[in-house]
Design a binder for this molecule. Sequence first.
Ligand SMILES: NC(=O)c1ccc[n+]([C@@H]2O[C@H](COP(=O)([O-])OP(=O)(O)OC[C@H]3O[C@@H](n4cnc5c(N)ncnc54)[C@H](O)[C@@H]3O)[C@@H](O)[C@H]2O)c1
Length: 250
Amino acid sequence: MNKLDLNGRVAIVTGGARGIGYATAARMLASGATVALWDIDAARLDEAAGALAASGTVSTHVVELTDEACVTATTQATAQAHGKIDILVNNAGITGGNGRLWELDTATWRRVVDVNLVGPFLACKAVVPHLLRNGWGRIVNVASIAGKEGNANASHYSASKAGLIGLTKSLGKELATSNILVNAITPAAAKTEIFSQMKQEHIDFMLSKIPMNRFLQVEEVAALIGWLSSEDCAFTTGAVFDISGGRAVY
Ligand SMILES: NC(=O)c1ccc[n+]([C@@H]2O[C@H](COP(=O)([O-])OP(=O)(O)OC[C@H]3O[C@@H](n4cnc5c(N)ncnc54)[C@H](O)[C@@H]3O)[C@@H](O)[C@H]2O)c1
């Protein structure tokens, strides 16, 4: 593992109780950051905090990311607990299952957009004023290759992630002279518990599209998020970083 310098930084990782968010928290702690894990799952948050406690300072916050009042209160609680906020990783997400657009339930479609796109909007809205006061900040939005290409049988998920890419480009420009960089990443499939929300044929389809012919490891995503959260990432904002094992050529 290469050394990243996140010493003295305070990072929020949404969806940090498991999967990519948990791996990101572990990598950030190993790099010297203090980490606030935000998640809707209280039991898994406790488990994660217990497992990470020996690696550094971790706080846990039960939050429903689609609820603006809850996100605002959790932002205040995080800033109070750690004195400031430097980094926001918008990682929490859901797939909403698989099916052709005209077969998908409308409430499910809306929920996917709510969690995957409105959630990051609310988190950015609450956290950006803290970063502006700081005079430094990094925001990393976890989108998906599905947002770039549009996966069949995942129109809700693909549209929500494409929206998150658009949000990243806009906010990156709005903050470009503020020392706050906003970037997105577009991973291909990583074998986490999110797979339980998808049909096996969809998982097989995703693997078949990856030239490296394997799934992404969560530690590999965490490394990219860690670097994008650091001072070493200095002249890139509003950008989209591919991590798809060769699937995307742009
Ligand atoms: N695993 C993959 O194949 C893959 C590929 C591309 C992008 N992604 C994206 O990476 C991110 C993390 O995925 P993962 O594979 O670690 O998934 P995961 O299901 O293992 O973890 C997601 C976490 O988000 C939390 N969460 C969900 N809804 C929430 C809400 N409303 N409020 C607060 N927390 C909520 C869950 O409790 C969970 O801990 C997601 O945005 C996902 O879309 C994943």
